[in-house]
Design a protein around this ligand. Sequence first.
Ligand code: AMP
Length: 286
Amino acid sequence: MKFIKSQAELDEVLESLRTDGKTIGFVPTLGALHEGHGSLIARSKRQTDFTVCSIFVNPTQFNESTDLAKYPRTLDADKALLEEIDCDLLFYPDVETVYPNGFSDSPDIDLQGLDEVLEGAFRGGHFDGVVQVVKRLLELVKPSHLYLGQKDFQQFSIVQFMIDYYEIPTMLVVCPIKREKSGLAMSSRNMRLTPRNRERAVIIKRTLDYAQRRLKNHFVKEVRAYAFNRMKIDGFRPEYFEIVDGRTLKAVESMDESDYIVACTAVWAGEIRLIDNKIYKKPKTK
Ligand code: AMP
């Protein structure tokens, strides 16, 4: 596996591949890699000729500096995992490479309210940072395919909007959520959970499943409130449980309102904020 920090080195490797007509798959991450990231890399390896994974803890998407400081950094273990799964290249740029003109150079794009709901309502400026970094990484890597996880449902919706808006010639592929045996969605943050909270965090997935069953004979409004309250167990604080249209991300009042419906939730487990989602209704073409 190649390990590259600079744009010049990256260009050198990728330009020759592009000249040879090879497809390039790209998996951007914040590091502290786990099987969820591994599944994106595996998918890219199946579908493209050359797979690039990036690790960059992007300062502009963290709205709390303590969260940025505490974000786990495990480069040696990450490299070992990437070697094991035979990723072709790890791009590990520093802040100056990603933001040569400083942080303020951010894209001016109206996200049509996609960034104002769910995560956006609680993490001000988060998606400005996400759009800024993904746009910049796509400029650096210029991949034919971009692999993101359904785990961050709102993130991929916004990135797809941005790709369409700027007409970036990259195909976005969304990969299913990888879960621990318990059902807890894998996340780099899970390693910071206390053992007790890690066990109890299964309530999130169970609530997503339970709410879906309950929708068969209850109103959306009731299910939403019920699910939210169900996760108020000792030491846990749900932030939202929303049932939304999968395209606009706006809350729905009835399951008949759209052919694409997703439940999204964020819950504090002690000091750690966890997110998860489940697609309740999927359009035939998706
Ligand atoms: P992160 O390092 O958390 O920014 O995640 C990098 C990419 O991996 C994003 O596209 C995430 O949606 C995806 N990802 C994170 N956790 C999972 C998971 N449990 N299953 C599938 N994809 C995931």
